[in-house]
Design a protein around this ligand. Structure first.
Ligand SMILES: C[S@@+](CC[C@H](N)C(=O)[O-])C[C@H]1O[C@@H](n2cnc3c(N)ncnc32)[C@H](O)[C@@H]1O
Length: 258
């Protein structure tokens, strides 16, 4: 059984946050006392423990810890501010005021960059199929204190839904978002991508379907974009022409212009 607990010191607010998360996920809340995480895993026969600590949520797995932190997004936003651009923003052809449906939110790094790029008059909706990832990212986006106002407001503006993109897309009217984006778990994971290893345990690993791409093309006004590893055959299978450049990068973007 998957469980939620607090840190050992039981900082102020941890108990309330742990109980709130347990209720949202329908996981069991257990008091921490002096117990270690491996002891808890053994006792409750689980490989995942969600811990509320100092106002944030961390999922501890045997592969490492998983928590919200906008570190990569921070660097990318800084590059945009210094007019050095961002490959995803370029692939999406994002402008102020646009709307983005980010179908695979994960830890929200791409969504934060999108949110910054479309600005206060834009809209970013993030979908995440895994309840625990949706909860950690949704809570992090609303509670993490970013160092500056543009980042802070980019985080807060993202709307998070714990939903399967196929179900969500089907409910959306034609041409209701400028861009629809997919960044599925890669078919052949890049094992040197250490940040994502703990994510693998909780994430939804299903491949993108042609049916979902078709729905995305109905919902998008401007572009449908997919990220995959550079040598992936998914671009061809799903009909995504490749964006130019990036030949020396591990990842590439496929772009369907509507
Ligand atoms: C590679 S990660 C996305 C990383 C994200 N772009 C970021 O910047 O942090 C893929 C995420 O999509 C989620 N996912 C996979 N299939 C999904 C589906 N059908 N609906 C919604 N989310 C899905 C996975 O659970 C995982 O968290």
């Amino acid at each position: 059984m998957d469980i939620v607990t607090t840190d050992r010191k039981n900082h102020e607010g941890s108990l309330e946050l742990a109980k709130w998360a347990a209720e949202k996920l329908n996981w069991r809340f257990v008091p921490r006392y002096r117990t270690s995480v491996p002891e808890l895993m053994e006792k409750y026969e689980t490989d995942k423990v969600l811990i509320a600590k100092k106002g944030m949520l961390t999922l501890v797995t045997k592969d490492g810890e998983l928590f919200f932190h906008p570190n990569m997004a921070q660097i990318r936003v800084k590059n945009i501010r210094m007019a050095q651009g961002d490959r995803l923003v370029e692939a999406m052809d994002l402008k102020e005021g646009m709307s983005v449906l980010d179908c695979t939110l994960g830890f929200g790094a791409d969504a934060i960059v999108e949110s910054y790029a479309v600005g206060e008059n834009g809209r970013v909706v993030g979908l995440e199929a895994s309840p625990v990832i949706a909860l950690i990212t949704g809570h992090g986006l609303q509670n993490f204190t970013a160092g500056n106002y543009p980042m802070h407001s980019a985080l807060r503006r993202i709307e998070v839904h714990n939903a399967d993109y196929m179900d969500f897309l089907k409910t959306q009217p034609d041409k209701s978002f400028d861009v629809v984006y997919f960044d599925p778990m890669f078919r052949h994971p890049l094992m040197d991508s250490k940040n994502i290893n703990p994510l693998r345990l909780a994430a939804d690993h299903r491949a993108l379907s042609l049916e979902a791409v078709k729905e995305a093309m109905r919902v998008a006004r401007h572009r449908v974009v997919m990220k995959e590893s550079s040598r992936s055959t998914e671009f061809e299978r799903l009909g995504f022409p490749l964006m130019g450049g990036g030949k020396h990068s591990n990842v590439r973007y496929g772009i369907i212009k509507i």
